[in-house]
Design a protein around this ligand. Structure first.
Ligand code: FE
Ligand code: FE
Ligand code: ZN
Length: 298
């Protein structure tokens, strides 16, 4: 018999994790959007203060996940922004390695297998220096944490001195690392377009991945429209269909067979303080609704 069950679409959004329900609340939020996957920060993205794991209601969250069909391997953690492995300041580098090590351990405690990380900004230290420091820092943190979590390096928009806006840079980091089997890639549709890639040519883009880091390394895809045209290096996310990329191209990414088993995560902006994810997920599963945002606001 050669019958293959059609896999479910792996889609979700970033969700919050706040008291009093913490991780249980994150799972509930994801389910309220009709998600089959989700991404979260294990604390505030801007700092390294972290509520102890025992308080985060992880067991209850995992239970709700298993009874509602979200698998642990399909959830993703995003590392805090304060980590900058490419920093020319020794103090910042050491702090970054330390926070990253802790974050790898925390990710493991939630059952997640993927930790998304911004490679870093070299802030004047130079691109090659930045790439070398990132590779060095990744190896130290991965050795120290020594678990089954993969770090997915995010494709960046190329704002300021960000490292990783070119596939070649990400590939070079991986080449320099000893722990290659624990490194993956997180594509971000807004960032790739802002960096200059023509993401309407998805198969050309995949070929480009295969010439560099290899498309099999893609562990997560951030699904965002962009407020700015291709090559703008701005990194301003837009709601689906309300940016320069548009619904059709984003839809093609979401349903590309190569990425069938890769979680697709929306990081689009809130509209009048309300999350748009239920509507955006439903549109990606069905079809685009013209003027949906106007209806959403009412
Ligand atoms: Fe990110
Ligand atoms: Fe992103
Ligand atoms: Zn972004």
């Amino acid at each position: 018999m050669n019958l293959k069950m059609a896999n479910k679409l792996l889609i979700g959004s970033h969700v919050s994790m706040n008291k009093p329900e913490y991780f249980l609340g994150s799972v509930k939020e994801a389910l309220s959007y009709g998600s089959t996957s989700f991404m979260f920060y294990t604390g505030a993205p801007q700092n390294s203060f972290r509520v102890p794991l025992e308080m985060l209601r992880i067991g209850e969250g995992k239970k709700l996940m298993s009874s509602s069909g979200i698998e642990e391997k399909d959830i993703v953690v995003h590392a805090p922004y304060i980590i900058n492995l490419a920093s020319p300041k020794e103090e910042t580098f050491n702090m970054s390695v330390d926070v990253l090590t802790k974050e790898l351990k925390r990710t493991h405690a939630f059952g997640a297998k993927t930790l998304v990380l911004h490679p870093g900004s070299h802030v004047g230290g130079g691109l090659e220096f930045g790439i070398n420091q990132i590779a060095k820092g990744l190896d130290i943190a991965l050795d120290q944490a020594n678990n089954d979590v993969t770090i997915a390096l995010e494709t960046m928009a190329g704002k300021g001195s960000e490292v990783g806006s070119k596939f070649e840079e990400l590939a070079e980091i991986i080449t320099l690392c000893k722990n290659k089997d624990k490194l993956g890639i997180c594509l971000d549709t807004c960032h790739m377009s802002d960096s200059g890639y023509d993401i309407s040519q998805i198969d050309v883009l995949i070929e480009k991945m295969n010439e560099t880091f290899g498309s099999n390394r893609v562990k997560c895809i951030h699904i965002n429209d962009s407020k700015n045209p291709r090559g703008s290096h701005k990194d301003r996310h837009a709601n689906i269909g309300y940016g320069e990329i548009g619904y059709d191209i984003i839809h093609r990414f979401v349903f590309h067979p190569l990425f069938e088993n890769v979680p697709k995560i929306l990081e689009t902006p809130y509209i009048e303080e309300k999350p748009p994810y239920k509507e955006e997920i439903s549109m990606l599963k069905n079809s685009y609704i013209d003027g949906w945002m106007e209806k959403f606001i009412k």
